[in-house]
Design a protein around this ligand. Structure first.
Ligand code: SF4
Length: 79
């Protein structure tokens, strides 16, 4: 059986957290205030219609919320 889940974050978790914060700052990923400019309407959002989905844009490649947006937003008609 696998090792039990650690009780505290390990060094790899801290490294991932630092990288995630850096990516947020670089890509300006945040909750959107504009109903027509959000991840759920972006061509990089892999599963339209779902509240959470993978963004395949090379700057992200992570799960995002349909109501977030980043500076790489491209509406379907813009691609
Ligand atoms: S590129 Fe940006 S706006 Fe588009 S789905 Fe990914 S995180 Fe959201």
């Amino acid at each position: 059986m696998d090792d039990p889940t650690p009780q505290d974050p390990v060094e790899a978790d801290v490294d991932l957290a630092v990288a995630a914060q850096q990516r947020l700052g670089e890509t300006l990923l945040a909750r959107s205030d504009e109903p027509t400019r959000r991840c759920g309407l972006c061509r990089h959002y892999l599963n339209p219609g779902h509240d959470l989905a993978l963004c395949w844009h090379p700057d992200q490649r992570c799960l995002v919320d349909a109501d977030w947006v980043c500076r790489a937003f491209e509406g379907e008609s813009e691609g």
